[in-house]
Design a protein around this ligand. Structure first.
Ligand code: TMP
Ligand code: ASP
Length: 240
């Protein structure tokens, strides 16, 4: 794939809650545009986090580069500008992977566990990507019988999820951040499975290792204030 050649941005293919995706003159490549718009609870709560798009683009670039170095293939090609990223065009698998190292969020609620409980090993969960259904929790059988992902793909996604978790966790730990949980998306590309979407404070829970302070989108979801500062702090530490 040529990455040194300039690509032409074409029509918008898709607009999500936090991003727009554009076609390019190369059918294998798309351009992501990162917005400042923030939503929570499947867009029942809406707002904006100033500078979020710029930070999420840069943090995702740093994480994807780290993952590629660790041997995990991603859709990332290069960052084009403050808010634009050139990516391989994936056939998105409609099964989101969530990996949890510490109980928080929906796991705490669903299973009646205290937020902050350290899990003896990482737990991988699947969610069906569906806005009308609020991304329900599913298992391997659901994914297979409804044709969302094959058993082989799920096995590969699970192994990749655990490897990404290990890689990010070690990197963040050395920068004073605890990786509590994270959400990853995967897609098919020329017979392989690549990590897609974005990896940033919108899609992970980051807690300050020393103080336990939340440095992620929970500050927006739970109206804790200091949202922009938390995103800036993550970028500063991840860039170190
Ligand atoms: P949860 O505890 O709300 O299920 O979230 C688990 C992780 O997934 C957390 O790091 C935030 C991330 N996440 C998303 O990226 N998108 C979503 O729509 C939700 C609900 C969570
Ligand atoms: N994806 C969620 C929404 O649909 C946002 C979140 O909680 O991260 O609004």
């Amino acid at each position: 794939m040529t990455t040194g050649v300039a690509v032409q941005k074409r029509h918008m293919l898709y607009e999500g809650k936090a991003k727009q995706v554009f076609a390019t003159d190369n059918p294998e490549l798309v351009i992501f545009y990162f917005k400042d718009d923030a939503t929570a609870f499947n867009a029942k709560k809406r707002g904006s986090i100033e500078g979020k798009g710029v930070i999420n683009n840069r943090v995702s670039e740093l994480f994807f580069t780290l993952l590629e170095k660790a041997g995990v293939r991603t859709h990332f090609v290069k960052r084009l500008s403050e808010r634009e990223m050139l990516c391989r065009k994936l056939e998105i698998i409609p099964v989101e992977a969530v990996v949890r190292n510490i109980v928080a969020g929906s796991m705490a609620k669903r299973l009646g566990r205290a937020e902050g409980e350290v899990l003896p090993r990482p737990v991988v969960e699947w969610y069906y990507k569906s806005d009308p259904l609020d991304d329900p929790l599913i298992n391997d059988d659901h994914a297979q019988v409804f044709g969302w992902a094959s058993a082989e793909e799920l096995a590969k996604m699970r192994a990749l999820t655990l490897k990404i978790n290990d890689t990010l966790r070690a990197y963040l730990d050395s920068r004073g951040i605890t990786l509590v949980d994270a959400k990853f998306e995967f897609g098919r590309f020329n017979g392989d499975i690549l990590v897609g979407d974005e990896i940033c404070p919108d899609t992970c829970r980051f807690w300050d290792k020393a103080t336990g302070e939340k440095l992620d989108k929970d500050r927006f979801r739970r109206d804790l204030g200091g949202v922009e500062d938390a995103y800036q702090e993550v970028l500063k530490r991840v860039e170190q």
